[in-house]
Design a protein around this ligand. Structure first.
Ligand code: NAD
Length: 171
């Protein structure tokens, strides 16, 4: 049995890690699709698909997830009704989709897929927007992500990138 988790992972955080650990209790193999793969270097989407892939790969290795996993970047397409086929064309076959995102759940259900909603884990703090807000504000964010993500963000100078993106070129 193979399960699919799709997310933007901007950045990958402990809420995502928790969901993956729950999924690993139910399936033999986990397909992780990195959505909006084409987006990077914006305030909402600061990290490239390759950087997010490193975050996920290293975090799963460090946390000893004892399942086979695949990490696949997927670009957005400008057509929601074709999106499930787009995902299926790029991923190994999967039997169940795990998502808390209403649009994602709706699209997969309409396509006849089995959809499960994992319980939320401290969503107020374990949230990409809260982590990006803290990075910009100079507040501690490291406790909200796996250690491997701290290392990747450091390697790519991610906090400085985010701060520079927030600067205005107006006087
Ligand atoms: P996300 O990174 O916000 O979340 C990924 C998953 O983790 C979600 O299921 C979310 O519910 C879960 N999660 C997040 N924080 C959690 C926490 N604290 N505890 C438990 N679970 C938590 O990503 P997302 O917004 O769900 O990503 C959906 C992706 O699909 C986006 O890239 C979007 O662009 C893409 N998409 C594209 C199209 C299209 O191209 N037409 C259509 C639909 C969706």
């Amino acid at each position: 049995m193979r399960g699919l988790l799709i997310g933007r992972f901007q950045p990958f955080h402990l809420g995502h890690m928790y969901v993956i650990e729950r999924i690993a209790e139910e399936v033999d193999e986990i397909v992780i699709a990195i959505g909006s793969a084409q987006k990077s270097h914006t305030l909402e989407n600061p990290f490239t698909a390759g950087e997010r892939l490193m975050m996920i790969f290293k975090s799963l290795q460090q946390n000893n997830v004892r399942r086979t996993w695949y990490v696949i970047p997927v670009n957005d397409i400008d057509n929601n009704s074709l999106w499930v086929s787009h995902i299926r064309s790029l991923t190994p076959p999967f039997h169940r989709v795990y998502s808390g995102n209403p649009l994602v759940k709706r699209l997969f259900r309409e396509a006849g897929k089995d959809v499960a909603t994992p319980p939320l884990y401290n969503r107020k703090e374990y949230s990409g927007s809260e982590i990006r807000r803290r990075m910009l504000a100079g507040e501690p964010w490291e406790e909200l992500v796996p250690e491997a993500v701290v290392e990747v963000v450091r390697e790519v100078d991610g906090v400085r990138r985010l701060r520079e993106l927030a600067e205005s070129d107006r006087a």
